[in-house]
Design a protein around this ligand. Structure first.
Ligand code: SAH
Ligand code: SF4
Ligand code: F3S
Length: 473
């Protein structure tokens, strides 16, 4: 597997270095450079690493300098209108670059490419390629065609593509933490959500290929993997040779067993699918992080039903109780949507109260943004006025900030095992890492020689809303 060392070096340095060994026999090593930007969820970042791998095999090298790129790729997101607006704005910036460098190609990848298909070629005259999430293997061919002036689109969705055999090229990596995609698509059909349309049917990746990728990462010095999927708890793989069924709990166990020094995280869990078996597996392995991202979306059973989330307020609260019962030290975070269709003040109060009940350590909070083609767009009216949505979101954010602060203050005096990820953003004389509960902990380097990737015990001495501060014990 290639690592990001490739990317971190400048091209001149790299040409002399061993990091480019995989391409040493190629006479035209990196005669072209690509630049890739990713938007949206972690799955998109992970996909960009697959795309990078495909492009390296074609002799392209990565650059972080857009001005010298022969190929600019935007891996886009459609989840909210704002996400698409950001990409459109970025495209207009590239238009200027393209005036200067006419041979430069611009490609649109990911969910927005999937949603808008050929429209992007017609409307956004500067896009040369449009490639959906299941069609990245066709990128090299489409690039070749685009180089001859033939613009190309491939937005075919697949029932079985998982890119299982591709070793991702780690982009912008700290060398310690990595994302590993374990499944693609989503079968859930939450009424507000565009993902089932942009990423297609749910399918799981071969378990052995996942474990091998994680083991390779560990061998290269990585110390944490985050297993990714829209709904990881419905992971399901049938190993026909061994006549074995692998559930998410089993997969977690397989990855955790690679080495006690490899931390395992995962995202996202749908509350309806996370099982006791998963919770007990988490409790059993110290290296499976005690952190669950458990999107609630709303605290009102009526709204949850309209959202097609398939659980009630009470069912969700019982799940939170079960998590805390099995793992009292487990932290929980959520996704929350304010102002979904027909949401009343009372429904909104239900959201605030379920937040307090669940004591989220952190949340991702949004106001509802209608997405064309979704069930909600077809069936319901987006009838909560924008100012009401924003006011409710503001109340949700303020409550979460208070709760995050409270949760951090409660950590003062406690000692945590921290995996060092690198220097703190503010000072080279401090380390930054995360606790098992996914909180960032910053602490002064002391005389003990430590390096990123090391585990260290740190006692929390102070806290802000976002960060814990401590000292090595
Ligand atoms: N698969 C994950 C979430 C994927 S999208 C899950 O099921 O939880 C990430 C988050 O974006 C969602 O949890 C939701 O809170 C938010 N989101 C999705 N569609 C949205 C929309 N139309 N408007 C506002 N927020 C949305
Ligand atoms: Fe969207 Fe729901 Fe699937 Fe998450 S589970 S990706 S919110 S449809
Ligand atoms: Fe966005 Fe697609 Fe992820 S819509 S959130 S990039 S799956």
């Amino acid at each position: 597997m290639k690592t990001l060392e490739l990317q971190e070096k400048t091209h001149d340095e790299a040409r002399q270095g061993e990091a480019f060994a995989p391409f040493a026999e190629e006479p035209n090593v990196f005669k072209k450079k690509f630049y890739i930007e990713s938007y949206g969820c972690a799955m998109n970042f992970s996909d960009s690493e697959i795309v990078a791998s495909l492009l390296y095999n074609e002799g392209f090298g990565a650059t972080q300098n857009v001005e010298e790129a022969d190929l600019i790729l935007l891996n886009t997101c459609s989840i909210r209108e704002k996400a698409e607006l950001t990409v459109r704005k970025r495209l207009t910036e590239f238009r200027k670059l393209k005036l200067v460098r006419r041979s430069m190609l611009v490609g649109m990848l990911g969910c927005m490419a999937e949603r808008l298909k050929g429209k992007l070629l017609e409307e956004e005259k500067l896009v040369d390629l449009v490639v959906g999430p299941d069609a990245y293997r066709s990128l090299p061919q489409l690039i070749k065609e685009a180089e001859t002036g033939q613009k190309g689109v491939n937005v075919l969705l697949s029932r079985d593509e998982t890119y299982a055999d591709i070793s991702p090229v780690r982009l912008n990596s700290n060398g310690i933490t990595a994302f590993v995609s374990i499944m693609r698509g989503c079968n859930n059909m939450c009424s507000f959500c565009v993902v089932p349309f942009t990423r297609g049917r749910e399918r799981s990746r071969d378990a052995d290929s996942i474990v091998n990728e994680c083991r390779d990462l560990f061998t290269q010095g990585f110390r944490e993997v985050t297993l990714l999927g829209q709904n990881v708890d419905s992971y399901y793989w049938m190993d026909e040779q061994k006549d074995l069924t692998i559930t998410f709990a089993k997969l977690l166990e397989m990855v955790a067993s690679i080495d006690p020094l490899l931390r395992v995280r995962f995202s996202t869990s749908h509350p309806k699918d996370i099982t006791d078996e998963v919770l007990f597996t988490m409790a059993k392995y110290n290296n499976i992080c005690k952190y669950i991202h458990l999107p609630v979306q709303s605290g009102s059973t009526r709204v949850l039903q309209l959202m097609n989330r398939t659980y009630t307020r009470e069912w969700y609260m019982a799940k939170v109780d079960r998590i805390k019962e099995i793992m009292p030290d487990c932290s929980i975070s959520a996704d929350i949507i304010a102002g979904f269709c027909t949401e009343t003040e009372e429904d909104h109060q239900d959201t605030l109260s379920i937040m307090e009940y669940s004591k989220y350590d952190m949340s991702y909070m949004f106001f509802y943004s209608e997405r064309p083609g979704t069930l909600a767009a077809r069936r319901f009216t987006d009838d909560v006025p924008l100012d009401v949505k924003k006011r409710r979101l503001d109340e949700i954010v303020k409550l979460q900030n208070r709760m995050s602060q409270q949760s951090n203050l409660l950590d003062i005096g406690k000692t945590f095992e921290v995996l060092i990820e690198g220097n703190s953003k503010k000072s080279d004389s401090d380390w930054a890492g995360r606790t098992s509960q996914n909180k960032v902990l910053v602490f002064p380097k002391n005389i003990t020689p430590l390096a990123k990737g090391d585990y260290v015990h740190v006692k929390v001495t102070a806290a802000t809303g976002a960060t814990l501060i401590g000292e090595i014990v």
